[in-house]
Design a protein around this ligand. Structure first.
Ligand code: PBG
Ligand code: ZN
Length: 336
């Protein structure tokens, strides 16, 4: 017993001591509930026509648009870091109303897929399936005469893109367009062409977010009029996210996704609790840009903030993290 003034404390008794297991890194390591592993990262790649191109993306410091000849070196670097999956986005040679390069067997994504699989057959190559990088109007589907995004005719083109990517050798397709019925349309088109074993990672709960700004600069996919609020989800909604997820599972999605990640950790959590399917979260371009800008100004400890952020996405319930931080985070994790 210790008496300080008229306060008496019993040494060692009377309250819970949560600090006991925080006394050393070894003890903290034993009781740690969430771990990061480069094997759960997916690294997005922007691929462009041309030779010897490494065009830096201004609003995403450290990221570049690469030409196909640069991809073998990229694959080797990812392999050495333990990052085993990439998500491909293409910048086409030209755009038109129907986004034809998206489903051209010699399109930029198809060329990139072949180059990556040749460089490293064990790398998981995932193709983002959407028309917005390929359409001159910048929307994710085709338009009606009145300029509305026309759901059902878009499905056929998205399915064609998925089949074309499958024939180019990708390991998975990831529809990001948010048309209704696209997972089912892609599934049956793949099955009909003998790709019944190719998995679909569905961008199920994809919100109409301001955090996609830097990506649209990177992929040159800003809508030329209007916005995406007629097909992407309204940010205030969470019950609706579960309906989206349930619909995609019904249509045979193999992996579901929540996007963006940071402002939607609650959506990741409820999705985790609603399904046993693998769950991906997309740590999007604006989230990356925020941390990079703060770090560049010396306002945040870069490594600490990035690893804490990625850990939070895992803690919320994501199995897979699609992130532009994949390479640097893997490097830091491997150093430990
Ligand atoms: C295309 C697509 C977008 C992103 C992934 N796929 C942009 C959009 O929907 O406007 C955003 C990724 C990011 O911001 O990192 N549909
Ligand atoms: Zn799109």
């Amino acid at each position: 017993m210790t008496t300080i003034g008229d306060v008496t404390t019993a040494r060692g008794g009377g309250f819970v001591r949560t600090r006991r297991t925080r006394q050393s890194e070894a003890l903290r390591g034993l009781v740690r509930e969430t771990r990061l592993d480069p094997a759960s990262f997916v690294y997005p790649l922007f691929v462009t026509h041309g030779v010897n191109e490494r065009q830096p993306i201004e609003s995403m410091p450290g990221q570049s648009r690469l030409s196909v000849d640069q991809l073998a070196a990229e694959a080797a670097e990812l392999r050495s870091l333990g990052v085993r999956a990439v998500l491909l986005f293409g910048i086409p040679a030209s755009k038109d109303a129907e986004g034809t390069e998206a489903y051209d067997d010699d399109g930029i994504i198809q060329q990139a897929a072949r180059a990556l699989k040749q460089a490293d057959p064990a790398l998981a190559v995932i193709a983002d399936i959407c028309l917005c990088e390929y359409t001159d109007h910048g929307h994710c589907g085709v338009l009606t005469a009145a300029g509305e995004v026309d759901n059902d005719p878009s499905l056929e083109l998205l399915a064609r893109m998925a089949v074309s990517c499958a024939e180019a050798g990708v390991d998975m397709v990831a529809p990001s367009d948010m048309m209704d019925g696209r997972v089912g349309a892609i599934r049956s088109a793949l099955d009909q062409r003998g790709h019944e074993s190719l998995p679909i990672m569905a961008y199920s709960a994809k919100y109409a977010s301001a955090y996609y700004g830097p990506f649209r600069e990177a992929a040159d996919s800003t809508p030329q009029f209007g916005d995406r609020r007629g097909y992407q989800m309204d940010p205030p909604n969470v019950r609706e996210a579960l309906r989206e997820v349930a619909a995609d599972i019904e249509e045979q999605a193999d992996i579901v996704m929540v996007k963006p990640a940071l402002a939607y950790l609650d959506v990741i959590r409820v999705t985790r609790e609603s399904t046993d399917l693998p769950l991906a979260a997309y740590n999007v371009s604006g989230e990356y840009a925020m941390l990079k800008a703060a770090a560049a100004n010396g306002w945040l400890d870069e490594r600490g903030a990035i690893l804490e952020t990625l850990t939070a996405i895992r803690r919320a319930g994501a199995d897979i993290i699609i992130t532009y931080h994949a390479k640097e985070a893997a490097r830091w994790l491997n150093e430990r």
